[in-house]
Design a protein around this ligand. Structure first.
Ligand SMILES: NC(=O)c1ccc[n+]([C@@H]2O[C@H](COP(=O)([O-])OP(=O)(O)OC[C@H]3O[C@@H](n4cnc5c(N)ncnc54)[C@H](O)[C@@H]3O)[C@@H](O)[C@H]2O)c1
Length: 352
């Protein structure tokens, strides 16, 4: 089996590549443009494997993508390449529209041409797993959870671009018979995440005793899933996912941002005690425009149909993640020093 993974130098994509090569015994071709968010060091554990290949390309480049299908003849695609940070989408949405919508379209068109030419047996096996987010569903009140049939109500340029790509993916199934499976997952956390997202940014700022900014009053709730559990779910989709279907993934771990940041402070105080309790560094800052109040996932379809379950509690996963960042300065120092220093992103009107 040979899987073409897009965005495999990113946070979730690298976990998918590592699991496919090291645990599932699958050959991987990782296609990544290497944007600011990519880090090839995340793939060091499989880089020397004969089951792993890297191709640097932009998924919007139609000729390059066609050549990749012709050259590697994949059994399946797991499509993760995207611009992924909501705050960046607020200050500059163009790349989100280009990569997330046009890039997905370009990749699916190439997959469709390739799929149509396959002999019967291989055509039946082929899968296109489109990786998306729970943010497409918009904001929840206090009690509901997102189901696969929850209507789409995206709030940010990021989630709107992902919603558009989900609609395209499902339309390519209905219209052209491309065997697409869509996943909608809650917030991921874990090792190898670029330090602009809430958890790694807070860990690095807290290690350095810098202020820990929290949007609004910190009450926004997210459902957190450990990245390796998400990667395992995506691999299940390759084998068990039904074409034309959507699957929600979540960790049953709803936490407010204030709870998450406070917990990081407590873990760090325990592992690396400093001059004062780190909770004193928490600073409330003006809210993110269009900030969704709450996300929560009903993942019962993935449990039932895929036999998938998250394996790590939020408490354990967060402690493991903090330990990983403490031990992995060589991985994040370059990003922190020369790509993104942790300053505020996502205020409209700021050119970026
Ligand atoms: N991080 C989360 O919490 C989360 C949750 C649910 C779904 N998702 C989705 O999962 C996917 C991966 O997210 P992530 O957090 O790993 O993102 P990431 O930003 O860490 O990685 C994205 C990767 O895509 C690559 N890329 C970007 N534009 C490209 C292009 N035009 N051509 C080729 N490669 C390109 C980047 O170089 C990078 O390696 C995304 O589609 C995202 O929407 C993320």
């Amino acid at each position: 089996m040979r899987v073409l993974v897009t965005g495999g130098a990113g946070f979730i994509g690298s976990a998918v590549c590592r699991q496919l090569v090291s645990e599932a015994g699958v050959t991987v071709v990782n296609v990544d443009k290497l944007t600011y968010a990519a880090n090839l060091a995340s793939l060091a554990s499989i880089d020397g494997s004969s089951s792993y290949r890297f191709e640097q390309h932009d998924i919007c480049d139609q000729e390059a993508v066609d050549r990749l299908f012709a050259r590697w003849e994949p059994t399946a695609v797991i499509h993760l390449a995207a611009e992924s940070h909501v705050d960046r989408s607020i200050t500059g949405s163009a790349k989100f529209i280009t990569t997330n919508i046009i890039g997905t379209y370009t990749l699916m068109e190439a997959a469709r041409r390739y799929h149509d030419r396959l002999p019967d047996e291989r055509r039946k096996q082929f899968r296109f797993v489109h990786v998306s987010t729970d943010e497409v569903y918009g904001s929840l009140g206090s009690f509901d959870r997102f189901r696969e049939d929850t209507p789409y109500r995206p709030s940010s340029p990021y989630s709107a671009s992902k919603a558009a790509s989900d609609h395209l993916a499902l339309a390519w199934h209905k219209t052209y018979g491309l065997p697409v499976v869509v996943s909608n997952c809650s917030n991921n956390y874990g090792p190898f995440q670029f330090p602009e997202k809430l958890i790694p940014l807070t860990i690095l700022n807290a290690i350095e005793y810098k202020p820990l900014p929290l949007y609004g009053d910190g009450s926004n709730v997210r459902d957190w899933l450990y990245v390796e559990d998400h990667a395992a779910g995506l691999i299940r989709l390759l084998f068990e996912g039904r074409p034309g279907e959507k699957y929600n993934f979540g960790g049953d771990s709803e936490r407010s941002n204030l709870e998450v940041v406070s917990q990081i402070c407590d873990v760090l105080d325990r592992l690396r005690p400093g001059p004062a309790a780190r909770r004193s560094l928490i600073t409330f800052v003006p809210d993110r425009p269009g900030h969704d109040a709450r996300y929560a996932i009903d993942a019962s379809k993935a449990h039932r149909e895929l036999g998938w379950q998250p394996t790590r509690s939020f408490e354990q996963g967060l402690a493991d993640t903090v330990e990983w960042y403490l031990a992995s300065g060589a991985w994040w120092a370059g990003a922190r020093n020369s790509v993104y220093d942790g300053s505020r992103l996502g205020l409209p009107g700021t050119l970026h």
